[in-house]
Design a protein around this ligand. Structure first.
Ligand code: ZN
Length: 373
């Protein structure tokens, strides 16, 4: 199983300068390679392959020695990234979308470089990078499996991180269980499960949202291009960083709890990206945390040999979980009160039971069909 381990890193001034220089060289290469792809296509209607661009790297290094300062694998990775961006673009075009063409990267949009098998060495908590130096890692948990790639990453507030993508990571061992559960995410509570347990929305968000609004107002008053504006932007980024970190912590805990105690977890297949558009700030943060939560659940499930199943969200909140009749309600009605069978239940609890039931019936019909085939 593949898994990524990320750690924050401490860099000496010298090493930081070198890492920043590498980032910048990679960014320049990315833009050069993109420009080459575009101009070759314009001239000859032919496209230059990833392989061909990689083969030109040694020539490039001879002409511009500053590229030789960066490890060759790093440079190859830049070409691969561009290729991936291209492929993703054409894939979306093929599927009828209108994606943005791969863009030239400005300084604040290029923030990581990747090494593969060579150019690095891990000794205890020190990561040695060839031509750069030594980074001290905060190994909050051990790295497992075989390290495939090492990525050095700088976030928007200038902090550095190293992530290791590893193969053959052993599965986590949780005690055997056959329990299944449905989860309904919402606004009022972060989620309600099919057993009626509520997980509250994290309160710290509220506090930070206020702080964020104050700082954003400040930012909008600063003159464009000024140093004070730069500082204000950094302050906004720092608040976002705090929100993200605390939210991540919180979501990890909730996800761990459900993974540990259930064999199968049923969730709604929400179109989260569609929901985020044009929303109030607090709402969009709420929305994106659902997406993040579902992602966490999925990879944690894979790590632990559990299963997350998405079901169609239609009518899960309107259907009565006891008798199956449709009971229309507005968003404001918090209680499901069934006129057909008399069931009275918290609205989200009712929805969670429906999600569980829908998921389970999905399984029995699929397996039933397979058995009859
Ligand atoms: Zn009913």
């Amino acid at each position: 199983m593949r898994r990524t381990f990320q750690y924050s890193a401490k860099l000496s001034k010298n090493v930081e300068v070198c890492c920043s220089a590498s980032l910048e060289q990679c960014r320049i290469l990315y833009n050069l390679a993109l420009e080459q792809k575009i101009s070759i296509y314009k001239q000859s209607k032919k496209s230059i392959s990833c392989y061909d661009q990689m083969n030109q790297l040694s020539e490039l290094k001879e002409a511009f020695p500053e590229f030789a300062q960066v490890g060759s694998q790093c440079l190859q990775d830049v070409i691969e990234r561009l290729d991936k961006a291209y492929q993703a673009f054409f894939k979306r075009v093929k599927h009828g979308g209108t994606p943005g063409f791969p863009r030239f990267k400005s300084k604040d949009r290029y923030n990581s470089f990747t090494l593969k098998q060579s150019g690095w060495k891990l000794e205890g908590r020190y990561l040695h990078l060839a031509k750069i130096g030594r980074l001290k890692l905060f190994l909050s948990r051990p790295i497992e499996g075989k390290i495939k790639t090492v990525t050095i990453y700088r976030n928007s507030t200038g902090k550095w991180f190293v992530s290791f993508s590893c193969d053959e990571v052993p599965k986590k061992q949780f005690s055997e269980t056959t329990k299944e559960i449905g989860l309904d995410v919402g606004i009022k509570s972060f989620l309600v499960d099919s057993e009626g347990n509520k997980v509250n929305n994290p309160m710290f968000l509220k506090k930070f949202l206020k702080e964020l609004r104050v700082k954003q107002r400040k930012l909008s008053r600063r003159v464009k291009g000024s140093n004070r504006r730069k500082e204000a932007r950094l302050q906004v980024a720092k608040t976002y960083e705090k929100i993200n970190n605390q939210r991540k912590d919180y979501l990890h805990k909730v996800a761990n709890h459900y993974i540990e105690n259930n064999k199968k977890i049923y969730i709604e297949n929400l179109q989260i990206n569609n929901m985020i558009k044009n929303r109030h700030l607090s709402r969009s943060i709420q929305d994106s945390s659902w997406g993040q939560f579902f992602q966490m659940l999925s990879y944690k499930a894979e790590e632990a040999g559990r299963e997350v199943v998405k079901v169609n969200p239609n009518v899960t909140s309107q259907r009565c979980s006891a008798c199956g009749e449709k009971v229309q309600k507005t968003l404001a009605e918090r209680i499901h009160c069934c006129p057909y069978c008399g069931l009275v239940l918290d609205r989200d609890h009712n929805a969670a039971i429906n999600i569980l039931g829908l998921g389970q019936s999905l399984y029995t019909t699929t397996y039933g069909a397979l058995a009859n085939a």
